[in-house]
Write a protein that binds this ligand. Structure first.
Ligand code: NAD
Length: 477
């Protein structure tokens, strides 16, 4: 049993001011694997005070110094890659091979990307020939409260910390209470990188505790949040009292438009993408929209692919999918699968209950529904489990209409071999990202959504800009 109750504040590991133990449950066997402490208002205040005190000196450092600091974080992260993979796998259930490659790999990629992007980033630039005496200064916002989820823990933490560090902000990270172990290792990595005291702080806690305290705190200038649209709305309201900046990366219900001329691997690719990380990705293509000419074949293929996906423990090597994160999520997914059946969708793979032989652990059967109507609950709600809804469509116009008929707007997908149609669809889809024909986003490409999928962008120069204020200076000589 791992015990890690301390928080990382002002460059040191400190004991919580009040005991408040929280067990971390291993979703592969439902047993407690670690104990951490949930922070109190006094812990939050201490971390914010450290970040506030460190801000002026950190904001005044040169870009080169901040890039060098991030490079040290990157090097230290690389050294701890295996520890990190083990922690993520244990706390949120990603199979160890997947945790090594995708979960840890994403963090490494983002840190590297910010080092590259920051080199070309102009923090002080001329406005242009039409205003030769004016300059634009990009100032760091100040103290940032970072609130992150458990599903891709290092992806989210490095997207925020990497960008905020090069921007010149100081920060307090509150990771998800479901995935605190990887965040502890991340704080150890930052410690090993030797950043000035107080630039990076980490307090474990839950949403109603440290999460709300950071959001309401008068000395926090910005909240950078990734998580559910539900919590995003609460955070927006709370942050309004102090008019702090808010960046929100929220949920999604991505459509994957499969036209009759799509390449032959499109359906298989779509199913595997939906089920990856046990369906726990905000940008998962969870609604597969298939043109009628190829609909029956696509349903058959999708069922076959889903039935072929192995489910197993996160501790086992191999390319299976793991359990979902916790009992609440497990129960919610079971209810939604039942709702799909009750509302008349046609179950073609999976269903309720655990896969055969997996009686302990939050394991969900890879599930595919056909003949889904876009008004059904399974087509509207973010399920966050390995559940795919297949919806038929006729014309391109109808497909686009169904794709856009959702409160979310994170990522949509298009599969067609007609380049003109692909581009038309990319223009018409209302989402922050569109991926076509299996082409995934490059590192440094902006990540974020429209509508109820959020506000702001992470990654690349847009991710750095999120942590900056624009200052217009006239009369510069
Ligand atoms: P969640 O909203 O329950 O929790 C996310 C974080 O917010 C946790 O750290 C939690 O402690 C904290 N929190 C919860 N309520 C809070 C409150 N009232 N005030 C302050 N903090 C609060 O989400 P989750 O279950 O951890 O993660 C899954 C969700 O995250 C899904 O909806 C998913 O789509 C979304 N997500 C979005 C992106 C993206 O980039 N758009 C990426 C990953 C996950």
């Amino acid at each position: 049993m791992i015990e890690k109750r301390e928080f990382y504040i002002n460059g040191a590991w400190v004991q919580p001011t009040a005991p408040n133990d929280h067990n971390v449950i291993d979703p592969s066997n439902e047993e407690a694997c670690a104990v951490i402490s949930l922070g109190s208002q006094a812990d939050t205040d201490a971390a914010v005070a450290a970040a506030k005190a460190a801000f002026p000196a950190w904001a005044a450092t040169s870009k080169e110094d901040r890039i060098a600091a991030l490079q040290r974080v990157y090097d230290a992260y690389k050294e701890r890659a295996e520890d990190m993979a083990q922690a993520i796998s244990l706390e949120m259930g990603a199979p160890i091979e997947m945790a090594r490659q995708q979960q840890v790999g994403a963090g490494l990629g983002h840190l590297k990307s910010f080092i590259t992007v920051a080199k070309d980033f102009e923090f002080n630039e001329p406005l242009g020939d039409h205003a030769p005496n004016d300059r634009i200064i990009h100032d760091p916002i100040g103290v940032v409260g970072m609130i992150t989820p458990w599903n891709w823990p290092m992806n989210q933490i490095t997207l925020k910390v990497g960008a905020a560090l090069v921007a010149g902000c100081t920060m307090v990270l509150k990771p998800s209470e479901e995935s605190p172990l990887s965040a502890v290792i991340f704080a150890e990595i930052v410690d090993a990188a030797g950043l000035p005291k107080g630039v990076f702080n980490m307090v474990n806690g839950d949403g109603v505790g440290v999460g709300s305290q950071l959001t309401a705190h008068p000395d926090v200038d910005m909240i950078s949040f990734t998580g559910s649209s539900r919590a995003g709305k609460i955070i927006s309201k709370t942050a309004a009292d102090t008019l702090k900046r808010v960046s929100l990366e929220l949920g999604g219900k991505g459509a994957n438009l499969i036209f009759a001329d799509a390449d032959e691997k499109a359906v298989k690719r779509g199913v595997l993408h939906c089920m990856n990380n046990s369906g726990q990705s905000c940008n998962a293509p969870t609604r597969m929209l298939v043109q009628r000419e190829v609909y029956d074949q696509a349903v058959e293929t999708a069922a076959k692919v889903a039935n072929g996906i192995a489910v197993g423990s996160s501790h086992d090597e191999g390319r299976h999918i793991g359990p979902v994160v916790n009992e609440v999520q497990f129960d919610k997914i079971q209810d939604l699968i039942q709702k799909g059946i009750d509302e008349g969708a046609r179950l073609v793979a999976g269903g309720t209950g655990r896969p055969d032989g997996l009686n302990r652990g939050f394991y969900v059967k890879p599930t595919v529904f056909a003949d889904v109507n876009n008004d059904m609950t399974i087509a509207r709600e973010e399920i966050f489990g390995p559940v795919l809804s297949i919806i038929p469509f006729g014309t391109e116009e109808e497909g686009l209409q169904i794709a856009n008929d959702t409160p979310y707007g994170l990522t949509n997908y298009v599969q067609t071999q007609d380049p003109a149609r692909a581009n038309r669809c990319a223009m018409a889809l209302r989402s922050g990202m569109v991926e076509m024909n299996g082409q995934s986003r490059g590192m440094g490409s902006p990540f974020g959504g429209v509508k109820q999928s959020g506000i702001g962008r992470e990654g690349g120069k847009w991710g750095i800009e999120d942590f900056l204020e624009v200052k217009a200076v006239s009369g510069w000589t």
